[in-house]
Design a protein. Structure first.
Length: 182
């Protein structure tokens, strides 16, 4: 290896000043290319990757914080619902619905108990309520009465059908659920 270096020095020394300048310029350019592609370009790429990762992690952190806020809100609503279930007066769902119908000036056509799936923490009682020939304001008032009771009553499904024989009147069918702790 030393022999090659000595030969290169001797060859360089035998060159004219103009040739030495050209060879030095080419050698310097070659050294700059090696430094650029060997050190600078990889450092720039690594910096860009790190910046991209930081930006992605910041977006994920922001999303995580947003999800945490939503989770806390859902937990608060769940705690409120569970508290209402625990503190609600006990009694027959059908009796309570009949009482609310009287308050809303609605005549209930029928109330049919429905089968509810067994829960882990709560017993669900379901009743399908049918109203015939009722106007919309009374229906809304009755549904509002159901939703605003101290016990936790939930309207699960609602079907409205206009009556062909009387305009402005509806046939309404909906399912109401109540819950009790096991």
């Amino acid at each position: 290896m030393k022999d090659w270096i000595e030969r290169l020095r001797a060859a360089f020394a035998n060159l004219s000043a103009r040739e030495r300048g050209l060879v030095s310029a080419v050698g310097g350019s070659f050294a700059l290319v090696i430094v650029w592609f060997g050190l600078v370009a990889p450092a720039i790429d690594a910096s860009a990757r790190i910046a991209s990762r930081v930006e992605r992690n910041q977006r994920e952190l922001q999303l995580t914080r947003h999800l945490r806020v939503e989770y806390d809100e859902v937990q608060q609503r769940l705690a409120s619902v569970e508290q209402r279930i625990q503190q609600a007066p006990r009694g027959s769902l059908r009796t309570r619905l009949e009482s609310l119908a009287t308050t809303a000036a609605v005549k209930v056509d029928s109330m049919e108990p429905q089968v509810a799936p067994a829960g882990d923490r709560y017993k669900e009682t379901k009743v399908e309520v049918t109203l015939k020939k009722v106007d919309l304001p009374r229906t809304v008032r009755y549904l509002h009465e159901i939703e605003s009771t101290p016990e936790f009553l939930s309207v699960k499904s609602l079907r409205l059908r206009g009556r062909p024989d009387k305009s402005g009147l509806l046939d309404v069918t909906f399912t109401v659920s109540s819950f009790e702790p096991l």
